[in-house]
Design a protein around this ligand. Structure first.
Ligand SMILES: NC(=O)c1ccc[n+]([C@@H]2O[C@H](COP(=O)([O-])OP(=O)(O)OC[C@H]3O[C@@H](n4cnc5c(N)ncnc54)[C@H](OP(=O)(O)O)[C@@H]3O)[C@@H](O)[C@H]2O)c1
Length: 214
């Protein structure tokens, strides 16, 4: 499948590497076509890896991943062009973090709104699925924990899109727990803060959530 990734940070590059390892074609997008991190990633990624602008990556992807600075989501989606995202699955891996009060950061959107809902409003024709936002980038592809595969908690309004994302997550080495509509982002984004607070308290960055059922 052709995957467009909006974002050249740790998350964009880690997810891109995972998609390449699974045999997909990946275009990494950034504000400028000649982004240095993207160029190095393409060199390492081989013939199925390419880079361009947010506009190029969104147009390229049959499935698109949003992996931009949360505060920049609006600018990135505008550059990607919402029309290019219409009808496509848009995986939202972002968190609307506000670091202006120190670390751990606060959520810039909370209560009755969230980054995931904002992304869905900015790209109304896209099938937005919140995923990958509750774990550090080093564990996103093939997480290896003694307790077995962790759970990726996801949400979104399109049931078919969530089923496809759950299949992809299985390929990435995750179980999936679907908590419902995109408004669930209010709580998945808070889970990111839980993940970070535990990391800061213990100075350990190697943990992930798992749902136990009976
Ligand atoms: N780091 C993690 O382990 C982790 C884990 C889970 C979720 N997340 C979330 O995933 C997202 C990506 O995190 P990250 O650490 O990979 O990278 P990041 O530093 O948060 O974001 C990098 C990306 O944001 C774009 N960007 C920055 N300012 C912009 C602006 N003013 N307008 C448009 N685009 C702008 C950059 O564009 P250029 O390419 O042009 O530089 C780059 O592609 C964040 O929302 C973060 O909260 C991170």
């Amino acid at each position: 499948m052709k995957i467009g990734i909006l974002g050249t940070g740790d998350v964009g590059r880690a997810l891109g590497k995972g998609f390449l390892a699974l045999g997909h074609e990946v275009k990494l997008g950034s504000r400028e076509a000649n982004n240095e991190k993207a160029a190095a990633w393409v060199k390492e990624g081989g013939p199925r890896a390419s880079a361009g602008t947010f506009t190029d990556a969104a147009a390229f992807g049959e499935l698109v991943v949003l992996a931009t600075l949360g505060a920049a989501n609006q600018a990135a989606i505008e550059q990607a062009r919402p029309g290019s995202l219409a009808g496509k699955i848009l995986i939202d891996a972002t968190n609307p973090l506000d670091a202006s009060h120190g670390f751990p950061p606060r959520l810039a959107l909370s209560g009755n709104d969230s980054g995931g809902e904002q992304v869905q409003r900015l790209a109304p024709g896209a099938k937005v699925v919140k995923a990958f936002n509750i774990v550090g980038n080093t564990h996103m592809f093939k997480p290896n924990f003694p307790g077995g595969p962790p759970d990726m908690f996801i949400c979104g309004n399109d049931e078919g899109a969530k089923r496809q994302v759950a299949e992809l997550l299985k390929d990435f080495g995750w179980n999936t727990t679907d908590i419902g509509g995109i408004e669930g982002s209010r709580y998945l984004e808070a889970m990111c803060i839980v993940w970070v607070m535990y990391a800061v308290r213990t100075n350990q960055w190697n943990h992930a959530f798992k749902m136990l059922r009976k």
